[in-house]
Design a binder for this molecule. Structure first.
Ligand SMILES: [Zn+2]
Length: 58
C-alpha cells in the first residue's frame, strides 16, 4: 500500500515523487516553483494591462 505517484515538474519536466516531504511538489525544487509563480505573475500583469487599455478606449 505504498505506491509512489510521480508527477512532472511543470517548469523543467523532471519526474517528482509526490511525497509529503517534498514541500515543493509538483515542482522538483523551490527554484522551479518560483520560476512558475514568476511567469504566472507576469502573465497576470499583461492581462491587467490589456484590461486597462479597454477602459481607456471607453
Ligand atoms: Zn523543476
Amino acid at each position: 500500500m505504498s505506491e509512489i505517484v510521480y508527477v512532472k515538474c511543470p517548469t523543467c519536466q523532471t519526474q517528482v515523487a509526490w511525497l509529503p516531504e517534498n514541500a515543493h511538489r509538483p515542482f522538483c525544487s523551490e527554484k522551479c516553483q518560483l520560476i512558475d509563480l514568476g511567469e504566472w505573475a507576469s502573465e497576470n500583469r499583461t492581462i491587467v494591462a490589456q484590461a486597462n487599455w479597454h477602459d481607456l478606449d471607453d
